[in-house]
Ligand binder design. Structure first.
Ligand code: ADP
Length: 400
């Protein structure tokens, strides 16, 4: 069985075709700069074919058509007919309160995706365009939406409400939704398989540390709290996002004059975080390099990031009533042993002990880095959002 996974953005479209039986990617590609000059097409597949060349993509339809033609190209023989594709899973960023699980795209579910536009004005319209183009160009193949917010829909109201007038929740849906749900769900499921703890009682904290970072408290497989909120700006400071700050700072900055008078949203999303503090980069590899050359602001950015991580994890230990397992995932979580070590050092009071040598040598592999004596199991689990989308697509359609 073959499953196609699509991530349709406003000016790009990424795809991966899975041979589902052995969970292998048999083709993947990226259509970049859709609707913009100099659009580009990248593709590689199991036949060894690699394409990286300029192609004109005036619309998402052009991109999907190119993907289909490339998959069907008889020379590479990835597939002979579109009928081989059992279903298409689409990444959809915001499911609002309407989607707590992956859902087959029908007129009603597409209307509900549209209702989420106010909370995700850049991503959701682009995601839905991907669905509609695939419906048109691959008729008869079921299209499934997999939502970044869905995993967090099990949060209780005391966790997802903000202390604002209730009408903002009722009239405008202002509440915590959370993001990275596909990744948190994937590693939480894997951790449940790896751990010795009983399913219903298992208390887990998942740390998705990438360019955007978020944490989730998971009890018995269900999310009970998460650090991102109405938007992906809340929580820990990130590559370029400020994370949680005193809300009054927003109006303070907005009232500054002259050169300082900039769009506060832009500053908080693109000029803040470890980049804003260090003045060096949003990339942790650059931060470590600068810190090792004595750059104090790069050192400060790294210290702030790890301190905030320990505080959020501590708050989730309180929310969960203890913790059995902690998972690190995504670009930083999978590769940055110094950040992992510093965060785990901050949790030593729990009796959490990691094997320092094992931690140092672990990059992008699934490994338990805690020792047998540790009171908490600590795992590095590489995330795979595309495979997670494929699995959820298959499950919701009952294809296995
Ligand atoms: P996203 O999907 O949000 O763009 P990723 O999960 O791919 O982000 O994470 C990207 C980030 O991971 C980079 O910005 C960098 O900070 C960090 N990263 C990647 N590789 C390493 C590494 N070897 N050491 C430290 N940090 C790394």
């Amino acid at each position: 069985m073959k499953i196609l996974v699509i991530n349709s953005g406003s000016s790009s479209l990424k795809y991966q075709l899975f041979d589902y039986d052995n969970k292998k990617v048999i083709a993947k590609g990226l259509c970049e700069r859709i609707g913009i000059a100099d659009s580009n097409f990248k593709h590689e597949d199991a036949s060894g074919r690699v394409i990286n060349e300029g192609r004109s993509f005036e619309s998402h339809s052009d991109a999907v058509r190119t993907m289909i033609d490339t998959l069907l190209d008889p020379e590479a023989a990835v597939i002979e007919s579109l009928d081989e594709i059992a279903a298409v899973g689409h990444r959809i960023v915001h499911g609002g309160p309407y989607f707590s699980k992956p859902t087959e795209m029908t007129q009603a579910s597409k209307d509900a995706v549209r209702k989420c536009y106010p909370w995700s004005p850049l991503h959701n319209p682009a995601n839905l365009t991907g669905v509609e183009v695939c419906e048109k160009l691959m008729p008869g193949i079921p299209q499934v939406g997999v939502f970044d917010t869905a995993f967090h829909q099990t949060m209780p109201s005391e966790a997802y409400m903000y202390g604002l007038p209730y009408r903002y929740y009722e009239d405008h849906g202002v509440r915590r939704y959370g993001f990275h749900g596909t990744s948190h769900a994937f590693v939480a499921r894997r951790a449940a398989e790896l751990t010795q703890c009983e399913g219903e009682q298992h208390r887990l904290i998942t740390c998705h540390l990438g360019n955007g970072s978020s944490f989730t408290a998971v009890k018995g497989g269900k999310c009970i709290d998460t650090s991102m909120g109405l938007t992906p700006l809340e929580g820990i400071m990130m590559g370029t996002r400020c994370g949680s700050i005193d809300p009054a700072i927003v109006s303070f900055i907005a009232k500054l004059d002259g050169d300082e008078a900039k769009d506060v949203d832009y500053i908080m999303n693109h000029e803040s975080g470890v980049r804003g503090i260090s003045g060096v980069s949003s990339d942790f590899r650059d931060l470590h390099a600068a810190a090792s050359q004595g750059n104090d602001r790069a050192k400060l950015a790294l210290r702030m990031f790890c301190y905030q991580a320990v505080k959020i994890i501590g708050s989730y230990i309180a929310a969960l009533g203890g913790v059995d397992s902690i998972v690190f995932t995504a670009g930083i979580g999978e590769n940055d042993d110094v950040v992992r070590q510093t965060i785990c050092d901050g949790l030593r009071y729990l009796g959490l002990i990691i094997d320092e040598e094992l931690n140092r040598s672990t990059r992008g592999k699934e490994v338990k880095i805690s020792t047998d004596e540790s009171s908490v199991e600590v795992f590095v689990i590489p995330t795979n959002e595309e495979l997670s989308i494929a699995i959820q697509t298959v499950e919701v359609l009952g294809l296995v």
